[in-house]
Ligand binder design. Sequence first.
Ligand SMILES: Cc1ncc(COP(=O)(O)O)c(C=O)c1O
Length: 362
Amino acid sequence: MKVPINRPIIGKEELEAVSKVVDEGYFTDQAYDGGKYVREFEKALESYLGIKHVVAVNSGTSALIAALLAANVGAGDEVLVPSLTFIATANAVRAVGAKPVFVDVDEYYTMDPKELRKKINRRVKAIIPVHLYGHVANMDEINEIASEYGITVIEDAAQSLGSTYKGKMTGTLGRMGCFSFYPGKVMTTGEGGAVATDDDELADTLRKVRNHGFTKDGSISTFGLNMRMQQINAAIGVVQLKRLPGFLEVREKNAYSYMKALMDVSGIITLPPIREGAKYNWYLFTILHPRRQKALEALKKAGIDARVYYDPPVHRTPVYSFSAPLPKTEMIANTVISLPANPLVKEDIIETAAKVLKESLN
Ligand SMILES: Cc1ncc(COP(=O)(O)O)c(C=O)c1O
């Protein structure tokens, strides 16, 4: 495959950072603050996001589980999630013993506040909007509904690091925001994740949950697990975070090149809708195509790694049996194609992709 949908971009500086940590023989740290490199990475992220606390963990899935545990979500509770997401969003809810209840999406492919309101009941303890593909969920309305009912909002910002809404970073718009640094994301630490929050008490709980419930003074105060980020991963993250604005600049340029190249068929192929007040990180450039299978095969032949995120949607996987209709989710799952917008993509690839997509309409 010539053009990967996403791939980590790792250079000399990352290698040097890893080599330094290996030389020190410093792989992990059970310290409450995470240890030297983890803390350095957390501080850099706090500053990038404009938030008081970041707690780094060993995956995006762990970030979601830690946030749910910190919000005291457990058996008997319901958590409202979209079905159009990576399965980890729902699995994290299941992992803490709660029940995920699926909510349909709006025209931006993120949780629809109107549908959300219909699913509220006394058992709902948390809402997890997902900023899918780097698109931004309608956080104003979601937060408004949540505060009306005293429900915790945990953003799944695994795909949206660097996307903003009204000038604020996604992942800082709810009570907690969860990130993933998996190698396919806009920046990587290898496996890795983080939770961001402005709340001092939640940050303290998250630090404890990350390390078997140990407090700063070494006593056990709460349930936790081993979710610690390794020092090597954090050291890579420090370098990657510095490079992130440059990566996102190229992604944006690529997205607008796709838009331009596909403008004349925008009535037939649906281009990514951009929410007012939002700026996307263009983790994926996602379109709806009426003849998806034909388009996918032609793109593959041209060496372009286009993907379908996500079909089946989570509620139709064998792990979850959810019978309420989610018509918008189904329509998108049936026609969606994500194209590579990563920094390795060049103009000629975008032109080829556009040509192939147009030809496959016939
Ligand atoms: C929307 C979403 N949520 C959660 C995750 C889980 O993150 P991780 O793979 O780092 O556990 C991912 C990515 O993999 C994701 O895309």
